[in-house]
Design a protein around this ligand. Structure first.
Ligand code: AMP
Length: 181
C-alpha cells in the first residue's frame, strides 16, 4: 500500500536472501544457516546485497527499506551509500507491537509463508531477542538526527496504513515535496 501511495521501490533484504536461497547461490547457502537459526546474516553480506539492489533501481523515485538496516554498521553503511548518491534517509518508522502479539502473528503467518523461521517458537523468540540487542539501537541512531518515528502497530491494516501515511506526509525532507516545488 505504501509502495503504491508514494511510488516507492520496496527492498526487503529478507526477500533478497530468500530469493538467493531459492536459486541455491553461494550467497543463499551462506545466508540460509543464519536465517534458519533466527540470527542476522553478517553485515558485509547484507550491505553488499542491499547496495546491488539500490544500484539496480537507479531510476527509483524513492525506496522503502524493509528489514534494513538491522544493525548500527548497516545504518552507517546506508548513510554513506545514500550520501554518495546525494541523498539521505527521510525517516525511520518502527511499528510498536507487544511481544506476544508478534509471536502470534508470526506463527499465524508461518502457516502460509512456508518460512521455516516463522514456524518454530524458539526461533521466533531468538529473532525478537536479536531485534532488541542489535536492531533497536538503529532507532536511536536516527532519533539522534530527529528522523525516527514510533507507530502503534496494533489495529487493522487500514488503520496502520493511515498512521504510517501521516508520518510520511509530514516528513520535512520528503522527496515528493521537492518534486512538487
Ligand atoms: P525478514 O524477512 O526481514 O524477517 O528477515 C528474515 C531473516 O533474514 C532474518 O531473520 C535474518 O536472518 C535475515 N535478514 C534479513 N534482513 C537482514 C538484515 N538487514 N541484516 C541481517 N540479516 C537479515
Amino acid at each position: 500500500m505504501l509502495v503504491e501511495q508514494y511510488n516507492l521501490v520496496h527492498i526487503s533484504t529478507g526477500d533478497l536472501f530468500r530469493n538467493e536461497i531459492q536459486k541455491q547461490t553461494p550467497l543463499g547457502i551462506e545466508a540460509k544457516g543464519y536465517m534458519s537459526r533466527g540470527e542476522l546474516v553478517p553485515d558485509s553480506v547484507t550491505i553488499g546485497i542491499l547496495k546491488n539492489a539500490v544500484d539496480a533501481n537507479s531510476e527509483a523515485e524513492g525506496f522503502i527499506f524493509d528489514g534494513f538496516p538491522r544493525t548500527i554498521p548497516q545504518a552507517k553503511a546506508l548513510d554513506a551509500l545514500l550520501d554518495d548518491l546525494g541523498e539521505e534517509v527521510s525517516g525511520l518508522v518502527a511499528l510498536s507491537v507487544p511481544e506476544q502479539e508478534i509471536i502470534n502473528r508470526i506463527l499465524l503467518r508461518g502457516k502460509s509463508s512456508g518460512r521455516p523461521d516463522d514456524n518454530d517458537p524458539a526461533i521466533v523468540r531468538n529473532r525478537i531477542q536479536v531485534y532488541e540487542d542489535e536492531t533497536s539501537p538503529v532507532y536511536a541512531h536516527y532519533a539522534g538526527v530527529g528522523k525516527s518515528y514510533m507507530v502503534n502497530g496494533i489495529g487493522s491494516v487500514d488503520e496502520i496504513f493511515e498512521r504510517l501515511s501521516e508520518v510520511i506526509d509530514n516528513l520535512d525532507n520528503s522527496w515528493w515535496d521537492e518534486e512538487e516545488e
